[in-house]
Design a protein around this ligand. Structure first.
Ligand SMILES: [Cu+2]
Length: 399
């Protein structure tokens, strides 16, 4: 019934529009075409001005009204060190482009009004004007130069490497259709070698189990990071291009099959602190589900998240992973609660090259590298592939 009414209304609306058109046509015939044309010029140019004012007020007003939902404003200040300068650069660009946007809109509609077709009005022939050309070349050139200089500066700041003096952590995130695998290097701080030909259902990253460095590597179902510590994320992709995007940290880097990439950043706010921050704003002091009085407040449900920012296929939008930033001790606790993928899934199955043999997994106390060595003298029997792989690894690290 409702559909029928809507369709009827639409048909009526079309008829009304057609009739108005015919009426103005007939009016034109009675009063003469030129009069109608001048009259419509008069009204269109005025309505254009009204539209411009409403449009500009709407644009600026909605930006202010929704600012607490947008990254970079209100509670959504960057949660990483480099993110702050990125937001500053964004604001500076917005300042210049905002001025250009408002001025060009005003000029566009003002000219349409001022130079509308009028009786006796003739167009001016202007071949060129040196002064005008100088103005509209020099001003954009100067503004662009400023933006480029500040942009390069910020780029160099963002594309940092790990501080050799500092105490950074590393993790590896691999994108696939459609999800992420997060791998931490375990206590030894060293990632085990990988070989893509070894990728199976049971070995989703193609880890080479002969490499003892793999034995304590663990896969995590969420990314957990300690606050205020530099993080180096090594990125990889198993099938097509994906993009590692942590919007709240202003981190974004493509994951390319066969080409390792990485990103270094330092989170500065724990998930709890971010929630606290959100709780100060009315927009987040509402129930998660407005119909359920028992549901949590919106700010309580906040989580940092990893999203894929490269349209990689039909399941692209499901590529989400929770990111949790915690205090150092919580990070240690969490890390200790994780179990190595090798020990929990591979050890003593037919996939384990050390099946039935005893191996030493625990790193040596106080030894940072903590090389896990096999009890048996396996060095000679190690496959050539492994040594090739380690070389590859070194090459990719040197990049
Ligand atoms: Cu993807």
């Amino acid at each position: 019934m409702v559909t029928l009414l809507v369709v009827l209304c639409l048909i009526l609306l079309v008829i009304v529009v057609i009739q108005i058109g015919r009426v103005s046509e007939m009016a034109g015939m009675i009063r003469g075409e030129e009069d109608v044309q001048l009259n419509s010029n008069f009204w269109n140019s005025r309505l254009g001005l009204v539209f411009m004012v409403l449009f500009l007020l709407g644009t600026i007003g909605s930006a202010i009204y929704y600012k607490n939902y947008m990254l970079g404003y209100g509670p959504h200040t960057a949660a990483s060190i480099h993110g702050v300068s990125m937001d500053q650069l964004f604001n500076m660009t917005l300042f210049f482009t905002g001025i250009v946007f408002v001025v060009t809109q005003i000029v566009l509609f003002w000219f349409a009004y001022k130079y509308r077709g009028r009786e006796g009005q003739k167009a001016l022939y202007l071949s060129h004007d040196n002064r005008l050309e100088l103005v509209w070349t020099a001003i954009p050139a100067v503004v662009m130069a400023i933006l480029v200089v500040f942009g390069l500066n910020t780029w160099n700041e963002i594309m940092q490497e790990v501080d050799p003096e500092g105490d950074h952590i590393e993790l590896e995130v691999t994108g696939y259709q459609f999800g992420w695998i997060a791998r931490y290097p375990g206590e030894d701080g060293v990632f085990g070698a990988k070989d893509y030909t070894k990728i199976r259902g049971i070995n989703p990253l193609g880890q080479v189990w002969e490499d003892p460095a793999n034995h304590d590597d663990f896969h995590a179902s969420e990314i957990v990071l300690p606050v205020n510590r530099q993080v180096k994320v090594r990125l990889a992709a198993r099938d097509v291009l994906h993009s590692f995007f942590l919007p709240h940290f202003r981190v974004k880097m493509d994951c390319v099959p066969g080409t390792p990439t990485h990103f270094v950043f330092t989170p500065t706010m724990t998930t709890e602190e971010y929630r606290e921050n959100l709780s100060q704003y009315a927009e987040y002091q509402v129930k998660e589900d407005p119909d359920d009085p028992n549901s949590r407040m919106l700010w309580e449900t906040f989580n940092y998240e990893l999203a894929c920012a490269e349209l990689c296929g039909t399941g692209h939008s499901s590529m989400r992973m929770i990111v949790r930033v915690v205090e150092e001790f919580e990070y240690r606790q969490w890390k200790e609660s994780q179990s190595s993928y090798y020990l929990s899934t591979i050890r003593n199955t037919e996939n384990d090259p050390f099946k039935g043999q005893s191996i030493d997994i625990d790193p040596v106390e106080g030894d940072e590298i903590g090389e896990a060595e096999t009890m048996e003298d396996e060095d000679d029997s190690e496959p050539d592939q492994l040594s090739e792989l380690s070389e590859d690894d070194e090459i990719s690290e040197a990049e």
